[in-house]
Design a protein around this ligand. Structure first.
Ligand code: 0O2
Length: 227
């Protein structure tokens, strides 16, 4: 098996893939380059949100963003997702089918800030909306809430412009708190997740949504703009 065909093999461990990446094969170089492009796109989006946060704070004397988290999907997760979806294991298939290789999570102060920031980003003329899932308006059955956007953003390289996809998750501090803990609990090894546990988690999500609502109301009262 030559280096390139080994890279296409589905059961490679991260170490094996890494070894191939370091071997200087053509595919490995292409993969590294593509990952660098995703990284650039992720930075572009992160910067756009930082600018929006700053501009908003100048105008309204408060920051709508509490934190921004970024991540590039691990090689193992990309491989697993391609396998799950029965996609071919190629860079082309990854670019076409995996929308969350680059991910930006924007943790907002209040629910209104989620939509304000999403609208502000989407109104920028270099951003193309590919997909929108509003799990705040329609939460997942387990109680998960967030606004998900898949966008394409241009990155400007030495001699070309490339459109790259980025997944953006916008949520409040309360939604983030719930999602982080739910993720930790769900992926605990050797624990069978019972219906009662799922119900308890769902109840916690409802409580955090109610908290968001109360804080939002309080914010409006404080700023004297109840509509
Ligand atoms: P990771 O490690 O966070 O990236 P798709 O991504 O489009 O193939 P799907 O399920 O249609 O698959 O996408 P969706 O619903 O937009 O959700 C994708 C991401 O949202 C997940 O990424 C999680 O980050 C987050 N998410 C969705 N549902 C839940 C949930 O119930 N709980 C928590 N904690 N997070 C959730 P990944 O790929 O699972 O993982």
């Amino acid at each position: 098996m030559n280096e390139d065909s080994k890279l296409q093999h589905i059961n490679l461990s991260d170490d094996e893939i890494l070894a191939l990446l370091e071997s200087g094969s053509q595919k490995a170089a292409e993969f590294q380059q593509l990952m660098a492009y995703y990284h650039c796109a992720m930075m572009e989006i992160e910067t756009k949100f930082k600018v929006l946060d700053h501009a908003f704070s100048l105008q309204h004397d408060r920051k709508p963003i509490s934190a921004i988290k970024t991540r590039i999907k691990s090689l193992k997760s990309i491989w697993e997702k391609l396998q799950r979806r029965h996609n071919s294991i190629t860079l082309h298939a990854m670019e076409e089918n995996i929308n969350d290789v680059a991910g930006v999570r924007v943790v907002c102060s209040f629910p209104e800030d989620v939509y304000l920031l999403a609208d502000a980003l989407l109104s920028q003329d270099d951003i193309t909306l590919i997909e929108k899932k509003d799990y705040i308006a329609a939460p997942k059955p387990n109680g998960y809430r967030s606004l998900h956007l898949i966008v394409a953003v241009p990155i400007f390289l030495a001699h070309e412009k490339r459109m790259m996809k980025v997944e953006i998750q916008l949520r409040t501090i309360a939604m983030d708190f719930w999602a982080e803990l739910e993720h930790q609990l769900r992926y605990k090894k050797d624990v069978v997740f019972t219906e009662e546990m799922a119900k308890e988690l769902h109840d916690c999500a409802e409580i955090s949504a109610a908290l968001d609502h109360r804080m939002e109301t309080l914010r409006r009262t404080v700023s004297g703009c109840i509509t």
